[in-house]
Design a protein around this ligand. Structure first.
Ligand code: PEB
Length: 199
């Protein structure tokens, strides 16, 4: 929740509980989401939902391997994606471009790293809420305020998605095909969510 870190001395004593951002700030994993949704409907967790959780548990080793692969490959995934984004839009690194000078380029790489890291959290949790609440919420508005070109950011996310799927394909090559396919589809979904949030 990097954007919401607040130094204790920055808290206005008059409004000690005033939230920085008007968000629900609830982060779920797949189990807590099943409980919360069942509770909201005053029902037991339905059998189909329990089956999905059973699959989640059955594929836990592969899920952890996928998260670990993303972590290991993060640097190359991010740098490759930002460099191809720049190669397609060279004006970004020319004077007046949003990745100019180098300090801004560094911030851009950092943003790519943030987005990928939150996607890895979502994958571990089997639920997008940590990505939505702690990374994507308000990002579109932040980028508009800063003049960060959203189409370029969306392009970098698309390249990161492909690079991540490539890395996972290699890492999960000896895993049951349906488990590997389900994990790849889930990862794709998180990247698509990030792209949609900026659209
Ligand atoms: C979001 N990005 C930037 C800022 C913030 C974020 C809050 C302003 C403050 C700062 O500089 O740190 N922060 C970031 C994020 C989280 C967070 C995702 C999630 C938890 O806490 N410029 C481009 C590319 C793109 C880019 C399209 C892909 O041309 C990024 C990289 N973000 C970019 C740049 C800046 C920025 C800030 C260049 C600096 C803009 C500026 O200082 O003018």
């Amino acid at each position: 929740m990097d954007r919401r870190v607040r130094e204790p001395d920055a808290i206005d004593p008059q409004f000690p509980l005033a939230p920085l951002y008007p968000i629900s700030n609830i982060v779920f994993d797949s189990f807590s989401r099943a409980v919360a949704e069942a509770e909201a409907q005053t029902t037991y967790v339905e059998p189909e939902r329990l089956d999905r959780l059973r699959q989640f548990v059955a594929a836990r080793r592969e899920r952890l391997d996928a998260v670990s692969t993303i972590r290991q490959k993060a640097k190359s995934i991010v740098t490759r994606s930002v460099s191809s984004m720049v190669a397609e839009n060279p004006h970004l690194i020319q004077e007046g471009g949003n990745c100019y000078p180098m300090s801004r380029m560094a911030t851009c790489l950092r943003d790519g790293e943030f987005i990928l890291r939150y996607i890895s959290y979502a994958l571990l949790a089997g639920d997008a809420s940590v990505l939505d609440e702690c990374c994507l919420y308000g990002l579109k508005e932040t980028y508009d305020t800063l003049g960060v070109p959203r189409p370029s950011a969306i392009r970098a996310i698309a390249v990161m998605k492909n690079a991540t799927l490539d890395a996972l394909e290699t890492a999960l090559s000896d895993v049951d095909v349906s488990i590997a396919a389900a994990l790849s589809a889930e990862v794709s979904h998180y990247f698509d969510r990030a792209a949609i949030a900026l659209s």
